[in-house]
Design a protein around this ligand. Structure first.
Ligand code: FE2
Ligand code: FE2
Length: 641
């Protein structure tokens, strides 16, 4: 088919002339994928042709592309497939073609401009999106140190800064800034990402100090060319020691919503768009550019978001520390009531948390799939620390009771028997005097030997009773025979100074000495056991934040048994939380091995572990958890506490 259109453009100016002879054919697909800035395009139509579009050819010529549409003139469907600028019928005059080509150029330039605007818009919205994302990640961080690191990292990323540092401003009681604490130094060229804790007094002489005191942002083109009349100066010492060359700097304050300067971000050496790293690992100074007003704007936005997050996290951390301090003080206070158990709660907390961590790793058995996160571990920790807090509601003498009788009761018994001894002696002497008076000394004296013998027997008997009581007072198991003997003693009486008969032992003393095993009576046991309910009541009064709500319930279950015979609620295996089951193991282990109980010898580790296994057999403790406690040597986690 003849292509008359080529003749139309022969008298155009040189740069606009398509050269059909050198034209190459390309597909429509390739044409559409050409980068916009490289193409000019025009559509020529073979006006003589009629009928439907049958074929499309694209003729590539330098940066001018001729599209030949073979089809009906004005076929909108055909044209919509291309970036159709103009259509012409052939034949036509060259001036019209030239004008058309000029319009094409103009159209093309407008398109390029539009694309640039779109690029700028895209770039801005990308930045906005990025800032938004950074804002979201900043607000999800609860550790101020992690937050500071991220603020610095993102500030550098957004401004293309090679290095930077971040510090917190500390204030005195008069709200005067007194100190800057640097926490992170990052330097890409020196391959450094240092976590530090470097304090410096706040002074206008340093760049960061100036910003911390004035709240102004500093944008410096070259750190080595700061005019002398400025208040601040750049300290070149660090550069000298590292071989680094600091050039452009941006120092920006982190100001919160109450206009308090919380910290300062320093960004160093903005890399140019086409920055090339040098092989010697030095800064490519020629390609370090000044920070732009755009950078200032973006850092301003980032730091104000960061400051609020930092303030919040610091506040939260302060509250956590306050609460932590309160918990520690409470535990210490409760343990001081019973020095023999000092450190118990802290050790139980260490071991229970360690066991919970170990359980999170377990992949088989009934606990597979359980995984405690940081918050849940904290929940377990608080529950463990405070599990025995309810002992505050138990009388101290009951808590520390080491023998069957309270010390004051034993003292009273001793005094009573001393009186009985002296009374027996006195009565014997009275009897002797009476005999002397009635029968004369010589006659009476003849009976004295027998009387002395009787006295000796009585004294020995009383001393033996006292010895028996001292023995029975020990918390060991009471033999049946001894119980009978105790009742016999209790039935005996002596005469008080008014000659009234009094029992050798009071009812309450007999009851205490009759304890079959251990040192406490049934009522005292109940009183001690009530500590769990006291703990629960106390802990329930604390408005635990989300994530710590189970603290009271976990603590409530630490004396429950799998068999359902524990206290105070006789929960069954399914009803007891795994956290409480773990705490029960740590609690028993510590009670067995604690070496600071004067009335109870510490049990060696091996023996204690085998007792735990016995507790498993009796369905008091969970077998899998005890096994884990032993296998992972969880018990060692508190051995140095
Ligand atoms: Fe307890
Ligand atoms: Fe305990």
């Amino acid at each position: 088919m003849a292509r008359p259109k080529y003749n139309l453009v022969t008298d155009l100016t040189e740069d606009l002339i398509p050269q059909p002879a050198q034209a190459t054919r390309m597909s429509l697909e390739d044409f559409l994928s050409l980068p916009l800035e490289k193409i000019l395009y025009v559509v020529f139509l073979t006006g003589a042709d009629v009928g439907r579009v049958k074929e499309t050819d694209i003729w590539k010529q330098s940066n001018v592309y001729c599209i030949e549409v073979v089809g009906e003139l004005g076929d909108s469907e055909a044209f919509s497939k291309f970036n159709c600028f103009s259509t012409m019928e052939v034949p036509t005059i060259s001036s019209v073609v030239e004008l058309t080509m000029k319009h094409i150029k103009l159209h093309h330039e407008q398109k390029i401009e539009l694309k640039t605007l779109k690029d700028v818009l895209n770039h801005e919205s990308r930045k906005l999106k990025e800032l938004n994302e950074i804002g979201q990640s900043l607000s999800s961080i609860s550790d101020p140190q992690v937050l500071m690191n991220l603020i610095l990292e993102k500030s550098r990323e957004l401004t293309n800064a090679d290095a930077g540092s971040i510090c917190i401003v500390k204030y005195n009681n008069e709200e005067q800034p007194i100190e800057m604490v640097f926490s992170f130094f990052q330097n890409y060229t020196l391959k450094q990402n240092l976590k530090v804790d470097l304090s410096m007094p706040v002074s206008k002489k340093s760049l960061a100090g100036f910003v911390a005191l004035t709240g102004e942002c500093l944008k410096i083109k070259d750190a080595y060319e700061i005019p002398e009349e400025k208040d601040y100066a750049f300290n070149q010492n660090v550069d000298m020691s590292t071989g680094y060359r600091t050039k452009s700097i941006l120092v920006h304050p982190m100001i919160d919503n109450t206009s308090t300067i919380l910290g300062v971000v320093q960004l160093i050496n903005k890399r140019s768009y086409d920055y090339e790293e040098l092989e010697d690992g030095k800064v490519n100074v020629d390609q370090i550019v000044e920070f732009s007003p755009d950078d200032v704007e973006i850092i301003s936005s980032l730091t104000s978001q960061a400051a609020i997050c930092l303030k919040n996290t610091t506040l939260i951390q302060d509250i956590q520390m306050l609460f932590e301090g309160f918990v520690n003080a409470s535990v210490t206070a409760i343990e001081q009531r019973d020095p023999t158990t000092s450190g118990h709660s802290f050790r139980v907390a260490l071991m229970t948390v360690e066991l919970a961590k170990a359980l999170s790793q377990v992949t088989t058995g009934k606990f597979a799939g359980i995984s405690y996160n940081e918050r849940e571990l904290q929940e377990v920790r608080y529950a463990s620390l405070l599990h025995d807090f309810g002992k505050i509601g138990v009388r101290e003498q009951v808590l520390v009771k080491a023998k069957k009788l309270y010390p004051h009761e034993m003292d009273m018994i001793r005094t009573r028997f001393e009186y009985i001894l002296k009374d027996v002696e006195a009565r014997m002497l009275a009897k002797k005097i009476e005999m002397i008076q009635s029968m004369g000394y010589d006659m009476a004296n003849a009976h004295f030997g027998q009387l002395d013998e009787e006295l000796k027997t009585s004294i020995e008997e009383i001393e033996e009773i006292v010895y028996f009581i001292i023995q029975t007072n020990e918390p060991s198991v009471l033999e049946e025979g001894n119980f009978k003997r105790l009742l016999e003693i209790a039935e005996r009486t002596y005469l008080d100074p008014y000659d009234q008969p009094k029992p050798f032992l009071l009812e309450r003393e007999v009851e205490a000495l009759s304890i079959r095993k251990g040192s406490i009576t049934a009522d005292e046991r109940k009183e001690i056991e009530s500590h769990v309910t006291h703990s629960f009541t106390f802990l329930s009064k604390i408005p635990w934040t989300r994530g710590l709500k189970q603290v009271p319930t976990i603590a409530y279950g630490h004396h429950e048994w799998l068999s359902g015979e524990g206290y105070p609620n006789q929960l069954t295996e399914d009803e007891i939380l795994a956290q409480s089951k773990m705490m029960a193991i740590a609690d028993i282990y510590d009670a067995l091995t604690a070496s600071d109980r004067p009335y109870k010898k510490a049990i060696p580790v091996e023996k204690a572990l085998s007792i735990l296994n016995m507790e498993v057999d009796r369905r008091h403790l969970d077998g899998e958890l005890v096994q884990l406690f032993i296998d992972k040597k969880v018990f060692k986690s508190a051995e140095n506490y």
